[in-house]
Design a protein around this ligand. Structure first.
Ligand code: PLP
Length: 453
């Protein structure tokens, strides 16, 4: 690709294309970066740059780019049966086989899956299932879902309502009623006046306080990501999940673990909930399920909820045209088979995760880094103006955006959430490529520090 093509596409993009999560006007002035092709852990743009994709697209290209096996799985299925639905007592082989494979990989108490087209649709499905479950149990008042501030559960109306992103709630409201938010277990951002362990317990206590305020007879479920992704790769203190588990058990409240990012190996287990020893009743999934090659999501449904929905529920009036789409299901199945054959999950847990942790933690010594944390293949850097006190840069400086832009210019995709820099590379990254990622991140930190002086 050459420059005139870049200009032409940028002009067309500006004229006709409204991008997700984008200031339309600002992008129009700046022009988009046009990604043209990719292989392994690298993307290429129309200007001829090769860039290490430290975000696996949007936390999804777990097997990396250019996997012929996935292309073949899609092509073969499109030839055989490009579309049929799963409504009205019909199905097709890829949906059935994928359901079987998912339930084989999931924890023992999970034996059913409901397919969707995306993670957002999965969370819409969760809300309906949770409320339906309690209604069937003769407790329709138990309808409130407790979620967390700064959580991300998608962009549909239910997804954004379950999410705790204030800027999203501020647009296009009101949100879906019956959703309440509690504080997030973000120690660096909100808890440094306490030890991480005390802070983790305090955040679990906030859930119990909320349940008592609302009345336990009114609370249906608690939803959370094992590690918050879009909120800033927030790894909770070790004390958090055991304490949350105890609170939910005490008041008979369903646990929904959003596995859209943490599922399929990101934390070094098939599901993030397994890393924390959780037994969720419902697990929304998407992204890494197909390594992002085709859109597919779903909800893994534990026996407790499934049994009630099946035995007592009659028809569940819910579903999507593309629930379990054959080509998407065929690609997802092949993706999971490849992950198993290549021991991807074990490699993240035993080799790549610990290696990233050792290299990433070196960045904590950089003068503008207040904390460097990682778990499995997700990591974050907290940018600070003063390392000793942890004081942040003045917001007007836009330190995070500056660092992100410098990374991009330098050949690395690293995302910024405010002044938190985050990575979530493909799970097929090698040790040498982790070295490259850390080197490029350090260069961007150096340059950011120079510019902010
Ligand atoms: N849940 C989590 C934890 C996510 O990170 C996302 C997307 O980033 C979603 C749900 C929504 O998924 P989708 O964009 O496929 O609708």
């Amino acid at each position: 690709m050459n420059r005139p093509i870049t200009g032409e596409l940028q002009a067309l993009d500006r004229a006709h294309h409204l991008h997700p999560f984008t200031d339309f006007k600002a992008l129009g002035e700046e022009g988009s970066r046009i990604v043209t092709h990719a292989e392994g852990v690298y993307i290429h743009d129309s200007e001829g740059n090769r860039i290490l994709d430290g975000m696996a697209g949007l936390w999804c290209v777990n097997l990396g780019y250019g996997r012929e096996e996935l292309v073949e799985a899609a092509t073969a299925q499109l030839r055989e049966l490009p579309y049929y639905n799963n409504f009205f007592k019909t199905t097709h082989p890829p949906a059935v086989r994928l359901a079987e494979k998912l339930c084989q990989l999931a924890p023992e108490h999970v034996n059913r899956v409901f397919f969707t087209g995306s993670g957002s649709e999965a969370n819409d499905t969760v809300l309906r299932m949770v409320r339906r479950y309690w209604a069937l149990k003769g407790r329709p008042d138990k309808h409130i879902v407790i979620a967390r501030e700064n959580a991300y559960h998608g962009s549909t109306v239910a997804g954004m309502s379950l999410g705790g992103m204030a800027p999203m709630h501020g647009q296009g409201g009101p949100c879906v009623p019956g959703i309440e938010h509690v504080r997030q277990p973000y120690w660096f951002g909100e808890g440094r006046d306490q030890s991480p362990e005390a802070f983790g317990r305090a955040c679990a206590q906030a859930i119990e306080d909320k349940i008592l305020t609302l009345g336990e007879d009114n609370v249906a479920a608690f939803i959370a990501e094992p590690v918050q992704g879009a909120g800033g790769a927030i790894i909770p203190p070790e004390s958090y999940w055991p304490a949350v588990k105890a609170v939910l058990a005490k008041y008979d409240i369903l646990l929904v673990i959003d596995e859209v990012i943490c599922g399929f190996g990101r934390l070094g287990e098939w599901f993030g909930s397994q890393h924390y020893g959780l037994e969720p009743d419902l697990m929304p999934i998407a992204k890494g399920l197909s390594s992002g090659y085709l859109p597919i999501g779903g909800v893994l449904v534990g026996d407790r909820v499934a049994t009630t929905l099946i035995d007592d529920g009659g028809e569940f009036f819910h579903g999507f045209t593309y629930s379990g789409h054959p080509a998407c299901a065929a690609v997802a199945l092949k993706n999971l088979e490849l992950m198993e054959a290549e021991n991807i999950v074990e490699r993240v847990r035993d080799d790549l995760g610990p290696y990233l942790a050792s290299r990433w933690s070196e960045l904590a010594e950089h003068p503008i880094v207040g904390e460097a944390r990682s778990l499995g293949l997700v990591g974050a850097l907290e940018l600070v103006a003063d390392q000793a006190s942890g004081a942040r840069f003045d917001k007007s400086l836009g330190a995070g955006s500056l660092c992100r832009d410098l990374c991009f210019a330098n050949g690395l995709v690293m995302r910024s959430v405010g002044d938190t820099m985050i990575i979530s590379p493909p799970l097929v990254i090698t040790r040498e490529q982790i070295d490259e990622l850390v080197r490029l991140a350090r260069q961007a930190l150096d340059e950011t520090a120079r510019r902010l002086k």
